[in-house]
Write a protein that binds this ligand. Structure first.
Ligand SMILES: NC(=O)c1ccc[n+]([C@@H]2O[C@H](COP(=O)([O-])OP(=O)(O)OC[C@H]3O[C@@H](n4cnc5c(N)ncnc54)[C@H](O)[C@@H]3O)[C@@H](O)[C@H]2O)c1
Length: 279
């Protein structure tokens, strides 16, 4: 259901790897709502993934860039503005990767060199994106920036490893830059804290299927899907949310406000029953 909520707007979408990616769904919905988008991902991701298919479908320019490299980001803004014919109205940062998690280094055995990479890729890249945009004055007034985050920034989630630190930093950058960009250009900066979602990045988390099941049982509205997330991002990019900034917005079916649900409790009680039966 399209309502032309983004008619005439131009956006940059970071992080569409394949058709499971949240960024992929967001890019599709943005175009449905009347926007033009530019897509970007790392050269490796462009070789391994299927982003070109999306770019062809959406008639979007596709710009290779490692978001940890300022020179690459400068190219992203220059090329995106040139291809779309003007300044940017919205941007999605949908980037996350922990080499520690990938190499199965547990939280009490972190490799600190890899921790630096986790923070650079998953959090500091957001600062770099905003700083490059700011210096180039690349956003139109009342622009909107969203980065995707997860509730492990506030509450310990077993298995999420050093990504918890990265997400806490990411959310802090949204607040700090949100002030600066709000004053300069009325640009708003928010993070969306999304339910566990089955994607390439998501499935790297230890016990991911159980996490999704638990979270589904705990959330009164159930887990938010990638499509739901895309819908929510559309509202944040639209002119209907102009005064929302510096917020971490939970998009999780109510999970973040729950302590225990009947649905999760029932399952927990069953597990005791099974243990008793086994004994
Ligand atoms: N999947 C979930 O359960 C979930 C839940 C909450 C938040 N998120 C967040 O959503 C965002 C998108 O993840 P996803 O689940 O769609 O998975 P995904 O694997 O499809 O997307 C992650 C993207 O990050 C990109 N990336 C990695 N290193 C990069 C770099 N140096 N420069 C530029 N891009 C780089 C990857 O190429 C990939 O496209 C991430 O920030 C993730 O932490 C995911």
């Amino acid at each position: 259901m399209a309502n032309n909520l983004l008619k005439g707007k131009r956006g940059i979408i970071f992080g569409a790897l394949n058709d499971m990616s949240i960024a992929w769904k967001v890019a599709e919905r943005c175009v449905e709502e009347g926007a033009q988008v530019a897509l970007t991902n790392t050269p490796l991701a462009l070789r391994m993934g299927t982003t070109q298919v999306l770019a062809d479908k959406l008639n979007a320019v596709l710009i290779p860039a490692d978001a940890t490299k300022v020179e690459d980001l400068e190219q992203v803004f220059d090329q995106a503005m040139e291809a779309m014919g003007g300044k940017i109205d919205f941007l999605l940062h949908s980037i996350g990767m922990s080499p520690n998690v990938r190499k199965k280094r547990s939280y009490e055995d972190l490799d600190y060199h890899l921790l630096g990479q986790t923070l650079d890729i998953s959090a500091i890249s957001f600062h770099k994106v905003l700083q490059v945009a700011y210096k180039k004055d690349a956003f139109n007034d009342w622009g909107s920036v969203v980065a995707l985050t997860y509730g492990a920034a506030q509450r310990t989630m077993y298995g999420y490893g050093d990504m918890a630190e990265a997400k806490a930093m990411l959310e802090s950058i949204a607040r700090s830059f949100g002030y600066i960009y709000g004053v300069k250009r009325n640009v708003r900066v928010n993070t969306v804290s999304q339910s566990p979602t089955l994607t390439t990045a998501g499935s790297g988390i230890k016990g991911f299927n159980s996490l999704m099941d638990f979270s589904e049982r705990m959330s009164p509205l159930g887990n938010a899907t990638a499509d739901d997330c895309a819908d929510y991002c559309i509202t944040l990019f639209s002119d209907l949310t102009k005064k929302v900034t510096m917020q971490n917005l939970f998009h999780d079916g109510g999970y973040a406000s729950m302590g225990m649900s009947m649905e999760a409790m029932d399952q927990y009680i069953k597990s005791f029953g099974e243990e008793e039966e086994e004994a």
